[in-house]
Structures are given as structure tokens and as C-alpha cells.
Ligand binder design. Sequence first.
Ligand code: KE4
Length: 436
Amino acid sequence: MTPESVASVRSRSQALQKRAERFFPGGVNSPVRAFRAVGGEPPFIERAEGAWLIDADGNRYIDYFGSWGPMILGHAFPPVVEAIERAARYSASFGASTAAEADLAERIAVCYPAVEKMRFVSSGTEATMSAIRLARAATGRKIVIKFEGCYHGHADGLLVKAGSGVATFGIPGSAGVPEEIAHLTLALPYNDLSAVEAAFDAHRDEIAAVILEPVVGNAGCIPPAPGYLAGLRALTANRGALLIVDEVMTGFRVALGGACELYGLVPDLVTLGKIVGGGLPVGVFGGKRQLMDLVSPAGPMYQAGTLSGNPLAMAAGLATVGHLQEHAAEVYARLEAAAKAVTEGVAQEAARAGVAVTLNRVGSMWTWFFTPGPVTNYEQAVKSDTAAFGRFHRAMLHRGVWLPPSQFEAAFISAAHGDAEVQATVAAARAAFRTA
Ligand code: KE4
């Protein structure tokens, strides 16, 4: 389909956008979907299958954001669809315990040995918010360290120089967050251990926890520097603070056991989301038994949720995590081969066209930063030419390739992406770099 033909058949999406703007701020239910960072009109998706999205006008796109991570097996993966259909026949929700919750918990505990006990919630935001409350309850301390460019959901205390939507809009923090709350969060540069040591020296026994993305995805993809994660682990252990590893994005993505497996990291608390729910709303916070037994009703720290452990979400998570566990070698090898081919193919096309692009990749998550680089932290990431990225994004979308609509988001590939999708993507990039 030529760009002109794609551009001209967006009329139904345009009408849907107009209607949506009557009901939702910016016409969306999550800011990044509005395409404000890349320009152009967001197509409305009608359905998806495998590696492909189909919009309301029947245009087809190769999907490189995968619902922001969850769709690692591809869209409408039959075992997941069947599991949800089966569960739905018994009702969508009970608000009472079911065997499926522990069935999924057993699988998570195998993949994440640091998670001796856990609690299901319905989003990554709930998971990180609860993990921080638990860290404060366990240590009696108040201050939390996070890192610039890292995003951990939209709980008040975490919208302090967060990444993702906030970084995309260049808004330092968010309106509505009282400074008394922001004041309890220190936002430090990523990949800089000396900054963390200085913060501990300045705040001694006031720091409850350090929370981080072990591979940053929300400033675009930024891997941890060699020794950085081990350094954070040692520092927090020596200073009596908890290490919270936010694997909402990296969990089951960069390895079956996430960044904890990939880098041999043993955190005090882990948060999970996205893939663990197979596309349905699931978040998890978990860790050492003696920490988790502080959580209500076992202990004094309150946390609750109407749809926590929802049976349909458990079914989707079980089908997804179960497939990943049973086919790990094949799936992760396939993801690695496809991610390597597409990322390096596009980077080569950029080089041929004389466009400065820095590729950061860990497994099947990556970012093409439009800057000479290197990109090892947020300060370097924001030097990217976001206008050039916007032109590239629009040119690729016109050619049927849907990249994450922000320079400061990671791209993802699924096990459903094959050589045909990879070659079509590289060819679209070749044309896009010549016209964008
Ligand atoms: P949710 O509350 O959106 O389920 O999860 C928050 C969250 C927590 N931790 C990490 C590492 C995350 O990446 C996220 C959410 N990621 C964004 C994408 N960068 C969600 C997409 C969106 O906001 O629409």
C-alpha cells in the first residue's frame, strides 16, 4: 500500500478521534497514544493478529509497540484467546479467591526466585506504589530514590522527573503533585553510582528504598552500565535501604526471569506487569517472605483491589507465562534473532542515508535515538532530535510500520514477527530515511 493511499484512507479513524475528543482528555485514555510527541493523527485499531495491527479503515501495520510490552507472543495468540474464552464462561470476576491465582504465582516464583511471596494488583502503577509503601513500612524511613528518565507509573511520589509520558512532553513532574510529596523523592541520574552514594551520605538513615528500571525503557532503551546494578545492590544493602527492581517492562521480556536473571540481581522487592497479564490488567509486587508478611491482612501495611487476581487476567497470564516457560529456548532465540535483524537493518539504512542514529538494545526491547550518542542516561537521551524522530515515525506509519509514538519509548518485537516483517520494516526505513 503506497503512503498516499494509506494517508487518504484514514477517514474512519479521523471521525472516531473527533468523537473520542468529546469524552476523553486529548481523545485518549493514556497520553502517549495521542501522538502529540510525533505529530500526525493516531489511527484507531479495530483488531490485531500476530505481528499486525488493522485500523478502522482496514490499513495494516507491523506492530513495534505491542501494547507497550505485553504482546510478546503476538496478538490474538490462540492459547491465550482460548484461555480467556474458557474463563469468561464461568463469569468475569468473583472478588473471592481462586486456584488460578496461586497457579500463576507458582510460575512467577519459579522465574523470579527473589519473589518468595507476592500480591496481584491491576496495573504497574499499583505494583510500584504498593512496593514503595511496603518499603516505608518495613524500614520506617520516608525518602525514595528514583532515576531521571525512569517511569514507574503515575503515583504522586513517582512523577518527579519521570520518563515515559512526562519525559515525552518535557514536563518536569506533574501538576497536582504537592511539593511535600515530591520532596520525599530524590531523582538522580541513571548509571551514576557516585550520585547514589552522595544521596545516602546526605540522607543517611532516611532512605527507605531505591527503585529503578533495571533496563530503562521509559527514556527510550538505556541499558545498565557494567557493575551499576551490582553497585546499587551493595549500596542499598550496606545502608539499610530496600532495592526495588521495577520489572514491569523488562519482566519476561529481556529474559524469562527478566533483568534479575539477565544480570544476576537479587532485589528485596520486584514489581511486574504487562507480559505477566498477557494483555489483561495484571501487576505484581513481591519479594522476601518477611517483607510481604507485613502486607494486610497478614501485617500492618494496607493494600487492596477489587479486581486483583481477576480470573480472566489470571487465565491470560497463565497461558502467556506458561507458553514462555515451556518454549523458552525457542521463543527467546526467535525474539533475539528478529530484534537483531530489524534493529541493525534499520540502523544501517540510517547510516547509508547519513542520519545520526544511536541504537540501544537489550533483547527484544530497543530504541533508535536520533542523536550521534552515546545514550547512557536521560540527559544524553534528551539531546535526540525529536523532530527528526517525528518525521521518521510518520513516514514509517505511512508505509505500514507502527513504531512507538515517542523518541522516549522502547520498541518491542514479538515471537510472531518473522523474516517477512523484518524485511518489510527495513525496506520501509530505507524509503523513509530518503523522504523524512
Ligand atoms: P501501568 O500503570 O501503565 O500498567 O504501569 C506503569 C509502569 C511501571 N513501570 C514501568 C517500568 C513501566 O514501563 C510502566 C508503564 N509503561 C508505559 C510505557 N512506557 C505504559 C504506557 C502508557 O503509559 O500508556
